[in-house]
Design a protein around this ligand. Sequence first.
Ligand SMILES: *Cc1c(COP(=O)(O)O)cnc(C)c1O
Length: 387
Amino acid sequence: MPKKTKPQRNTLLVHAGEPKPRIGGAVVLPVFQSSTFEYDGQSSYHDLKYIRLNNTPNHQTLHAKLAAVEQAEAALVTGSGMAAISTTLLTVLKAGDHLLIQKGLYGGTQDLVTTELPALGIEVSFFDGDRPETWESQLRSQTRAIYVESMSNPLLDIPDLAAVVSFARQHGLVSLIDNTFPSPVNFRPCALGFDLSLHSATKYLNGHSDIVAGAVIGSRPLVDKVLHRLNHLGGSLDPHACFLFHRGVKTLELRMRQHNASALAIATYLESHDGVEKVYYPGLASHPRHARAKELFDGFSGMLSFELAGGAEAADHLFRRLQFPAVAPSLGGVETLITRPATTSHAGMSPEARREAGIGDGLIRLSVGIEDAADLIADLEQGLGIS
Ligand SMILES: *Cc1c(COP(=O)(O)O)cnc(C)c1O
């Protein structure tokens, strides 16, 4: 008899959380398209079976699967990545509290913390994720939580994540991280010591650009608190979206391996191209956070950006000629997407603020899909060529 070993991630993605015995014998969990369920003696509001209370079989299966693959006790799916982020912040913070948050955030989060939180009496300060020696001076007696992103958009900077965990522990803060870009395949924040890991499941977790969803992953008591807040705020995920998410997440590791390998191949190719001034990809030895990424992550994800020597004009030229990448925002799907942050994610910033953040007019962001890397490289080669 072979020794019984712990199931590995590909196995967990397929089997974790699946109902045993299978419901009606169905090999694939059906969609429970029922808003309400028969009363079964529940004594708490949160235990009544109802779609908004996030407890249909479609929700519960996903919760168990996500917790297993990110090596945490519990998980919760939400109606969007922003529902995961806003509900979590409103769970750990109340009027009078103070939040420490990393500079250079995802735009939606940036807007949320600079407009909605202050209106609710929650104060926010931005810190430099690379300079732990400056964090203590920003602490206040009302500081309750610290928030970072595992990889920044679009320059793929990686803050000092180990320092964030120890700083939070030392000062009794709840540590929160947006882990959308690496996905659980490349990085598992709770294993490093983060309290809660948040995802836009719209991206890699679902992976097929066909739903909007989010996830909150962490310890059982904290996830339960967020769940109760979500039950009140109402940002629950529809069962049909749960079904698509469930179908998509089973191939997460297969997809991530291809994203990781192709992005590294493309970044290496771009770095050798005369028309490309600079490439930002943490898998390249030239990236300022390469050593940190190698230490923390199992892979470098499918996101990269690059600056063309010819600026915005060269970018337009490239976009017109490319055959495979779609010019579209968002990321993490099977198809390659390309954007120019100066006109999309960072269009709201002034040109000076953009320059200061290192986002030039010719900067291009690529979400590398699962197409064959050789085809994507050949396409870039013809696209970057002279017309
Ligand atoms: C897309 C994204 C979000 C927001 O997620 P939605 O699913 O669009 O609500 C949050 N954080 C990061 C890093 C993202 O890329």
